[in-house]
Design a protein around this ligand. Structure first.
Ligand code: SF4
Ligand code: SF4
Length: 717
């Protein structure tokens, strides 16, 4: 059961005369349909998960249009899907999170870019860069440069963003180069509106099938000797064609300003922050009218040399605002200005930081220096005071706290099935000693935070088992690799399991089988329990391929001989199984499948069902755990073993004791871990399990009244 996107799907049906209101990423989704896209694929990941989630759930409507949607197994398969546009006049779009997804897709992208495309190929990447990022900080720009792909970086305004989708396809077709549409986190979530157009059913589609395959054409293969020709085509034909298209269609925007002896060249995606900081300096008004001329690059690769040179000609100085490093754009501009002998002084990374998100304050700091140097009369003193005041405010706040605030890292959801496994692992290591733990991408990466702090490395999605291959042979104790079922299907099965089996590695792999790729938004996967896996069946009438046993079956099929499936909440059994895996005489790969449904999904399913029972007046039992404050000895071992946010502290009711006692607050979902931990670690007997009965039966009410009367009678007056 995934989140339902019914409202969003409705907005995909808007047509000419309607105004679309909503988030940036949904606007992009709508623009794909307005552009006559024939097929859509991708792999989910913030901040672009929404695009694929909505498309997958909109399948019945997309079927009406003849658009095919594929939830790909990873980014490499999504990139390879674009191969459809090499021969055929099919517009295709795929999406993923970058930089990580682009790394995974790199091989297929290179092989796509070499022969080039006939139909427009658009890759919508969520550039997960800056303050809200969850991955390594690198730039997709490098891939556009190395493989020769157009790179669109639209100004975060829904009308511009959707226009760039439509131009992206045409640019790709005009140049035969695939195009990347780069969306920063803020652009994905920016809200606004644009005038919708009718969706365009693709001329070749699932409803209008091609009669014959394309003829054989060696030029369309990424294979020597034609790859040498492809390299020439990139430089001699494709890039010039792309530049011409960019110029002819004015994809980059020029904003004039009265100080025309200076200028700023900015990536489209950073435009909003730049204009806001110009406003702070008194160099732009509230509507964005700027006093310094701007060249806004909605296409950051390829640059159009004549356009940049024309903009810079006759200016004393130009500032390049380019987020991230290395400064690819600035370097290219420096080269092209030098070659054309344009004498404008070039600034960029000398005034702005080399890395990190360009927030309004960061930009204002660099702009202040630029303005002080070239526009001393125009620079607003108010702005310098504003910047200085911000700094003072921050310093004062830090001083007032006396010491830094405790860090608040993210953690497992309340009742998460993965938490008990880390409790068990803690207990197992108490027994056998610490082991090297190769961690992975997914919710289980929260195990690297307190109170577990487990994991030595993270090398990529599904890469944990592969990443311990060099460690295992050097270590007295066996190593442990942890991955989720999402990572297992994304990459782990082949990259890790196959390699470990082939090399006869003696290692332990723990797979979290919670039924979904939870960390990216609980999307369904091959091993999602059949009753929940609906998208394949619902709209196609096909039987479900999902079974709950596919991970174990796949492992057995590959030849894994030591395989155990343990329910995650059975802490004692999990501890014993881990200990067995680390100490067993079996020499080879040992796999433990830790089974327990993602609690987030479980609650999504249970809550409406329980609410409907309550509404009908039916009996509902809710399990809750609690701590007897008179018994709790205040050592907090339970908290160090669990980390559940609803297991917390409160003041000790005993005036003679200073240590706070443990307590369970109302959010407890009764997962049972508290009881299991108390048993497995032989903790103090202060935990109790209570059943909260709503709409009780008559005999339960009667029994309850009797019990209360007895308790009252036993209590001193
Ligand atoms: S989303 Fe699911 S798997 Fe992830 S932390 Fe929450 S309960 Fe655990
Ligand atoms: S039983 Fe314990 S671990 Fe589970 S949700 Fe309640 S407080 Fe948290």
């Amino acid at each position: 059961m995934e989140v339902s996107f019914g409202k969003e799907i409705e907005s995909l049906r808007l047509g000419a005369g309607d105004t679309f209101h909503g988030e940036g990423i949904l606007a992009i989704t709508k623009a794909l349909l307005q552009s006559g896209v024939a097929y859509v694929g991708g792999y989910q990941g913030a901040p672009v998960s929404h695009l694929l989630d909505v498309m997958v759930q909109a399948r019945p409507y997309l079927d009406e249009l003849g658009v095919h949607v594929e939830a790909c197994s990873n980014e490499a398969s999504a990139a390879a899907m674009l191969g459809a546009s090499i021969h055929y006049p099919l517009r295709g779009a795929v999406t993923w999170k970058s930089i990580v997804g682009t790394n995974v897709a790199a091989d297929a992208l290179s092989n796509l870019c070499s022969p080039g495309v006939t139909g427009g190929a658009l890759i919508v990447v969520g550039e997960d860069y800056g303050e809200g990022a969850s991955v390594i900080q690198e730039r997709t720009h490098a891939f556009a440069l190395k493989s020769s792909m157009c790179l669109l970086d639209p100004r975060p305004d829904l009308a511009v963003m959707t226009r760039m989708v439509e131009h992206g396809f045409r640019l790709s077709e005009a140049s035969n180069m695939p195009a990347i549409l780069e969306l920063r986190i803020r652009a994905c979530h920016v809200r606004g509106s644009f005038e919708a157009r009718d969706n365009v059913p693709p001329p070749v589609s699932t409803r209008a099938l091609m009669e014959n395959p394309a003829g054989f054409d060696y030029m369309r293969l990424a294979h020597p000797p034609v790859t040498f020709r492809h390299e020439k085509l990139k430089g001699e034909q494709r890039l010039p064609a792309a530049r011409q298209y960019i110029l002819d269609n004015q994809l980059n925007e020029l904003f004039p300003g009265r100080h025309d002896d200076v200028g700023i060249i900015v990536q489209g995606g950073v435009y909003n922050a730049l204009v806001r900081s110009l406003q702070q300096l008194g160099l732009a008004d509230a509507f964005g009218a700027t006093e310094i001329p701007l060249l806004v690059l909605n296409v950051t690769y390829p640059l159009v040399p004549e356009q940049v040179a024309d903009f810079c000609a006759g200016k004393r100085a130009v500032l390049v605002v380019e987020e991230g490093q290395p400064e690819f754009i600035e370097q290219e501009i420096a080269t092209l200005l030098r070659r054309r002998d344009v004498q404008a002084r070039l600034h960029g990374k000398d005034l702005l930081p080399s890395g990190g998100e360009y927030t309004v304050e960061v930009l204002a700091t660099g702009l202040t220096q630029f303005a002080a140097r070239y526009l001393p009369d125009a620079a607003d003193e108010e702005a310098s005071r504003w910047l200085a005041a911000n700094l003072e405010r921050r310093q004062a706040a830090a001083a007032a706290l006396a010491k830094p605030l405790p860090v608040r890292p993210p953690g497992f959801c309340v009742g998460c099935p993965e938490r008990p496994v880390f409790s068990a692992l803690k207990l197992a290591q108490q027994q056998i000693g610490n082991v090297h733990i190769a961690a992975d991408i997914g919710c289980h990466a929260f195990g690297t935070f307190e109170p577990f702090s487990m994991g030595h490395s993270i090398l990529g999605y599904g890469m944990s088992l592969a990443s311990r291959a060099g460690v295992s042979p050097m270590m007295q104790r066996r190593t442990l690799a942890i991955m989720g079922d999402g990572g297992f299907w994304h990459n782990g099965l082949l990259t890790g399991v196959q390699s470990a089996l082939f090399n006869g590695d003696d290692a332990v792999l723990l797979i979290f089988k919670n039924g979904y790729t939870s960390a990216t938004g609980t999307q369904e996967i091959l091993s999602t329990p059949a009753e929940d896996a609906k998208f394949n069946a619902a709209d196609k009438g096909k039987s479900l391929v999902h079974t709950n046993q596919t991970i174990e079956s796949a492992l057995k099929g590959l030849g894994v001989q030591w395989l155990r499936t343990v329910h995650t909440y059975e802490v004692e059994k999990m501890r014993a199984t881990l200990t067995e895996a680390f100490t067993s005489p079996f020499d080879g790969l040992k796999v433990i499948v830790a089974e327990g449904e993602c609690q987030l999904e479980r609650q999504r399913r249970l809550k409406p069902w329980l609410a409907s029972l309550l509404q009908k007046g039916e009996r509902v039992v809710r399990v809750k755990y609690g701590v007897d404050e008179d018994v709790c000895n205040g050592d907090h071992a339970c908290i160090r073993l669990s980390g559940c946010p609803t297991l917390t502290l409160k003041d000790n009711p005993d005036p003679l004791k200073v240590d706070p006692v443990a307590t369970v607050i109302d959010g407890c979902v009764g997962c049972g871990l508290c009881g299991a931990n108390a048993h497995a670690a032989t903790l103090c007997p202060s935990f109790y399990r209570a059943e909260v009965v709503q709409n009780p039966k008559w005999h339960e009410r009667l029994f309850h009244s009797f019990r209360r009367a007895v308790v009252r009678a036993l209590q001193p007056a």
